[in-house]
Write a protein that binds this ligand. Structure first.
Ligand SMILES: *[C@@H]1O[C@H](CO)[C@@H](O)[C@H](O)[C@H]1NC(C)=O
Ligand SMILES: *[C@@H]1O[C@H](CO)[C@@H](O)[C@H](O)[C@H]1NC(C)=O
Length: 878
């Protein structure tokens, strides 16, 4: 995730390094040290079946069942309470939910990346269900977490803990009962983890080299041990982890437990170890061979940690801290993993920059083939020969995490779609090369298939297509896309890929699920600065009729944009830098540098370059469903009106693109400056992408005037009134324009209609006026009345849009807040649609219900502790 990975499976397609792009390499390897504390952007804590929210000793509040139901796709609602609650256990284990049919939780992920998924199971005694007889599976979209799982005896709770790299804005967790059984769950946590927690590469024990692409695997935490010390409960850990006491030490060697005051443990100043890696209490205790008073003997201290499961590799993290030495350079020891020498002559003094009691850790990848009777074996012992003083060896902490196997599973050889991968699943080591080769081959074949599909499809486009879609306004991509970056090969071909690949589950990509979406990106990242397609100049010359002025579809800051049609009918937006201008190569580099930082599923992307003949040409993706506005008005019989759900999804996509520009793209953020429905383009799957975004960084002070006036031209009706007054553009100006877009989507009318009565000319003013009077039905698109819109969803949406239109920028929400509200609105709509389907007669009643639920959630959420993380928007301006 940290963008530093440089290795991974390689396949011989689509990477043609362009020399001029090399400066970008430097950009992709900056890594910032992790901070000492961490506020998770996403934090979903659900106490299943609980009538009220529950606050744990560690300060975290779990939502009640009523507050959680909007995350769940099922209509059944079976809640259980323990008939004999055990007071010594966490209150999470007093209630549960039962799923008698397949049910899915869906969580909106505001920041993609590493997330904890913790599942709590406790089969407490209950009169109506025998929970310990339940057999079920738990899957995410890409990974099998549990297969045919059962929690056998009601003795102690079972915590299943995972670290999953979420690369989709929705995270699904599916509970699937086996045959006639049922599933149950006591509590679930889906919480952001710092991306720095898991590296992208680590030393491999058996292969004596780096194992890379670790971020392409789901991890299951198998054990986490505070060696030589007591339990460290979640309240003493910044990431709410539990560290357990050592139960893996192998007798009978005479091991000595040592401990110091946690306060004396130091973290290195370079940030390479922080309390996020492990709290001080972990480093403050250890097992050692001797204490300083006893002269040593030679033996290994040995731990054997059950790992289980063929076909998996393991991430083993060892924590060290020299709390035993009286002086520097007296402690040296060997570390063995599975009887192989992992660290010869470990010298903590030199690794910690000459300080005692300084935290240090080291990661290893252990191949499942090397396990010692199913266990991971750890041994530490002093070297036999060089022994100036007291031979000793210590270990402070152990973490073992299982990596998903070739089936994308953490529990057995079956993948999410049920296919069997048992034959190939046998560790990574030996099969890695073969897998990479097959992967490459599959990619080639699929790429070919994609080209064929595209060819067929483009050929079918009617000639009047261009007219219908008003090219001039939307194929103009002034500063768009991303070059020299993972996953940018071709967004379009990627979608085709996904579509054309035989698969049953959404998001499954068919070629070994651990190489799914993120793996694919990584794969491309690994091809360095590969360009999706390297166009020859002649090819582009022909595609654009030798850059005929008639083909100009726009003029950007850097050059003209042409419509290009390749021999095979594929259409492209071709942006040609002016070779005679002074701006020249430097500018081109700057732009690509900029574009390379702007990469997002919801930004229109770059698909290729040409730098022949001193030409500097960028080629962008073609968005086959054109601008959003065409689908709103004027009503065209050839385009079906969008449903409310589709409109919400489009708004969410666009908001996500903008949110990324504001927060994720550059240090100071980037202001789009021209948010409107013609700059939101739709691909063949109606995925919305922002186009035509400007390059101006949201600098602290003034703006380049010419830049600004270019950008705002022709967007009257969307303009931030505060910008007029203060001549200062901020990201809140985009929020204002987005508010106008939201009303445009709801009402299907232009932002300005000069012919209307005065109070109706400006959509922003008119819609706000109607909203305040509670007369939204007067202005919403009549098509929506027909296809159905949940009152609660409409309410949430209109409220959010109105907040965007606040007069002062400071009163407007951030795009992140807007996004949250849109997601919420979508959830309300989906819930309502589900109910409507289930019981047509009850629609009236249920509408009222869902409104009430929405209101209630609103208040309930406001009182829980984690809500500030989840729903900042709810508090703003209230
Ligand atoms: C946990 O934190 C509390 C309060 O700071 C402290 O008193 C206690 O000793 C800590 N426990 C461990 C195991 O570190
Ligand atoms: C410790 O274990 C390793 C690997 O199993 C072995 O090679 C080494 O000789 C052992 N050291 C001692 C002192 O027993």
């Amino acid at each position: 995730m940290a963008g530093g990975q440089t290795q991974g499976p390689r396949a011989p397609i689509f990477f043609l390094p362009i020399p001029l792009l090399f400066p970008l390499l430097a950009l992709s390897v900056t890594v910032s040290p992790s901070p000492a504390s961490f506020t998770p952007p996403d934090s979903y804590l659900l106490d299943c079946g609980a009538p009220k929210s529950v606050k744990l000793a560690d300060g975290r509040t779990f939502r009640s069942e009523p507050q959680s139901s909007s995350f769940l796709s099922t209509d059944e609602d079976i809640r259980l309470s323990s008939s004999s609650p055990t007071t010594s256990l966490s209150p999470l284990y007093e209630t549960a939910r039962v799923f008698s049919s397949t049910s899915t939780y869906s969580f909106f992920i505001s920041k993609l990346g590493l997330h904890w998924v913790r599942l709590h199971f406790f089969p407490f005694p209950s009169t109506s269900y025998n929970l310990s007889s339940a057999v079920f599976s738990v899957n995410t979209e890409d990974y099998v977490l549990l297969r045919d799982f059962s929690a056998p005896s009601p003795v102690s709770p079972v915590l299943k803990e995972y670290l999953i790299n979420v690369d989709n804005e929705r995270f699904y967790l599916t509970f699937e009962p086996k045959d006639a059984s049922f599933a149950f769950l006591n509590a679930v946590e889906v919480v952001s983890a710092p991306d720095t927690l898991i590296p992208t590469a680590a030393d491999s024990i058996s292969e004596r080299n780096q194992f890379s692409g670790l971020n392409n695997y789901a991890l299951q935490v198998m054990s986490r041990v505070n060696v030589g010390g007591p339990v460290i409960p979640s309240e003493n850990d910044t990431l709410a982890r539990n560290w357990l006491p050592d139960s893996f030490l192998k007798p009978p060697e005479p091991v000595v437990e040592v401990a110091v005051a946690p306060g004396s443990v130091k973290y290195p100043e370079d940030g390479s170890v922080t309390p996020l890696i492990a709290p001080r209490s972990v480093y403050a205790t250890a097992d050692s061979m001797t204490n300083a008073n006893v002269s040593g003997q030679m033996f290994n201290i040995t731990w054997e940690i059950p790992a289980g499961g063929a076909g998996h590799s393991y991430l083993v993290r060892l924590h060290f801290c020299d709390i035993v030495s009286k002086s520097l350079n007296t402690l040296y020891f060997n570390v063995f993993i599975n009887r192989m020498l992992a660290i010869p002559n470990l010298d903590l003094s030199s690794l910690t920059g000459g300080k005692l009691a300084m935290a240090y850790y080291k990661d290893f990848i252990v191949d499942g083939d090397t396990l010692v009777s199913g266990n991971i074996s750890l041994q530490i012992s002093p070297p036999v020969l060089n022994d100036p003083g007291q031979p000793n060896a210590i270990l402070n902490g152990i973490e073992v995490m299982k990596l998903s196997n070739n089936a994308g599973s953490l529990d057995g050889p079956y993948s999410v779609d049920g296919s069997y991968h048992g034959d190939e699943a046998s560790g990574l080591g030996k099969k890695k090369v073969a897998v990479a080769a097959v992967f490459g081959l599959v990619m080639c074949v699929a790429a070919l298939a994609v080209l064929v599909v595209m060819f067929m499809r483009w050929r079918r486009q009617p000639d009047d297509w261009k007219k219908r879609h008003n090219f001039s306004s939307w194929l103009l991509l002034r500063h768009v896309g991303h070059c020299g970056r993972p996953g940018f090969m071709t967004k379009w071909s990627w979608s085709y890929w996904k579509e054309s690949w035989p698969s049953t589950k959404k998001g499954q990509t068919g070629f070994g699920s651990q190489k799914s979406k993120s793996g694919y990106s990584t794969y491309l990242a690994s091809s360095g600065l590969g360009v999706g397609r390297f166009f020859t100049f002649a090819e582009l010359q022909q595609a654009t009729s030798n850059f005929d002025e008639k083909n100009v579809i726009g003029v950007g800051g850097f050059g003209k944009v042409y419509l290009g049609v390749l021999d095979d009918g594929v259409k492209l937006a071709v942006k040609r830098g002016n070779p005679s201008s002074d701006q020249g190569v430097n500018e081109f580099h700057t732009e690509i540098e900029m574009l390379s930082k702007l990469r997002h599923r919801h930004l229109v992307s770059l698909i290729g370059c040409c730098d022949e003949n001193k030409e500097m040409i960028l080629v962008y993706e073609f968005m086959s469903n054109g601008p959003l506005r065409d689908h709103l008005y004027p009503f065209s019989p050839t385009l079906a009106p969008l449903s409310w759900k589709q409109r919400l999804e489009i708004c969410i996509g666009a908001a996500r693109g903008l949110h990324y520009l504001h927060t994720g793209a550059a240090q100071q953020g980037i202001i789009h400056r021209d948010v409107k429905t013609t700059n939101i383009l739709l691909d063949e799957n109606f995925v919305a992408k922002m186009a035509d975004f400007g390059l101006s960084k949201a600098g602290p002070s003034s703006l380049d005037q010419t830049h600004v006036s270019t950008a705002v031209k022709g967007s009257f009706g969307y303009l931030d009134p505060e910008y007029f007054r203060r001549q200062q553009l901020t990201d809140k100006s985009d929020v204002y324009s987005f508010g106008v877009v939201m009303f445009e989507v709801l009402c299907a009318r232009p932002a300005i209609i000069p012919a209307l009565p005065r109070d109706q000319v400006n959509l922003a003013e008119w819609a706000m006026q109607c909203h305040r009077k509670g007369q939204m039905e007067k202005i919403i698109d009549p098509h929506l009345q027909v296809s159905g819109i949940a009152p609660a969803s409409l309410k949430k949406f209109a409220e959010a849009a109105e907040k965007c239109l606040a007069d002062a920028g400071v009163d407007r929400p951030t795009m992140g807040d807007v996004l949250w509200n849109l997601e919420y609105s979508l959830q309300l709509q989906e819930a309502w649609m589900g109910q409507a389907k289930e019981d047509e007669d009850n629609i009236q009643v249920r509408q009222l219900d869902s409104e009430r639920v929405a209101e209630k959630d609103f208040e309930d959420i406001g009182t829980t502790a984690d809500s500030s993380i989840v729903a900042p928007a709810l508090f703003r301006g209230r």
